[in-house]
Design a protein around this ligand. Sequence first.
Ligand code: PA5
Length: 452
Amino acid sequence: MSIITLDIANTLVAAIGQGGVDRRELSFVSETLADYNRSLWDSPYPFMNLPFGRFQFTEMHTLAHSINTGGIRNLVLLGIGGSSLGTETIYHALLNPFHNLSEDARDNRPRYFILDNIDPHTINRVMDLIGRDKDHTVLVVISKSGETPETISQFMIFNELLKGSASMQDRIVLITDKDKGILKEIAGKEGYPVLSVPDGVGGRFSVLTPVGLFPSLLMGLDIDALMSGARDMALHIREKSSTMNMAMILAGVLYLMDKKGKHLHIMMPYCERLSAFADWFRQLEAESLGKGGCGPTPVKALGVTDQHSQLQLYIDGPKDKLVMLLYGGTETRPIPASFPYLEDLEYLQGKDLQDLFQAELAGTTLSLAEANTPNLTINIEEVSCYSLGALFFLFEMVVTYLGRLYNVNPFDQPGVELGKVYTKAIMGKKGFESEQAKMSARPPEPENTISF
Ligand code: PA5
């Protein structure tokens, strides 16, 4: 049985004509990656070792057990970018979509609030909710650098809110670099439990570390299955020849499409549970490859919803897009024969919503191909901890290969860091005086603003 199947037929010249990928070019690129792959696994990037180890599993289980037996009702997770998107993806895929709305939906798990923004409107509302139930709230603060202003300021606010609540010290967990950063310093001073982000694993590659695994454990999810999926995918990628290697073929297609002017990579799951996966991928691809004037632009869409919003553009707009369709449906819902006297509804009566979902997906692939818009499909047998682990690792490797093909370092993010520097300068942090001077040399120009 295949867990994940990649179908690239509609990206090839044979299906979509000149704008498509030529099989010989694809072999050339995937062969190049196969050469790279041989040396890569001799000295792997730190994230590539994760599926083969159980980094801090004992610490995570012990901590989660002691927190869960304390009877928690709310989990507030603070973090941004790579520190929150992995957990968001896992929760979205594996928990009840109405988790926070009812105890039945939660099934004895806590409500959760992932705060990856600093808009006071949201922060205040979460504080209103939590404020009534402080003794049963757990705060998990995640920042690899331990210095990100958004996360640190949120932490200062929620730390203050929880002050004086019962055994507060055991209910605030920090996940950060093992040696340095402000969070690490605070943990030492305040005695909060700490978990580490392994050395050399950056934010967007950290979902398979305590960053994504500890929050999963707090929700009772099977992190061993997540890691097994990642490990089996790692073995596939390490061992398979270039023609049968999902990561090499996918990286090859994405790269060649970009070179042929398909600069927009649209990820469009036909599965609501995977919609957050498209957000996770959007960050991974954008932040890893957007360097030196190159890099595709990842876009998120959702089937079938965006068939009625975006598809017109994908079919008939500029020919600058590659559409990646993900399908992962297993659940069924029969459509009853409610109006048997209506011949016009015969095609729906007695069918299943999942049949309709599949028909819509097939209709989209056909209409895209007919309009010569390249599209590929990734079919996921079942959305589970195991398949999600495999998907995470697959796309991390795809982006690593793309880094090689674009000749950029996929593991840094100088643009993001620059933004952080200016934020600190504007807020008046010591040590950022030269940036402050640069900004005061550029005062706002009234002639460039319009008021209503
Ligand atoms: O992928 C990355 O490195 C970034 O997106 C970071 O995750 C993000 O900037 C948050 O950084 P930190 O985890 O240091 O707070």
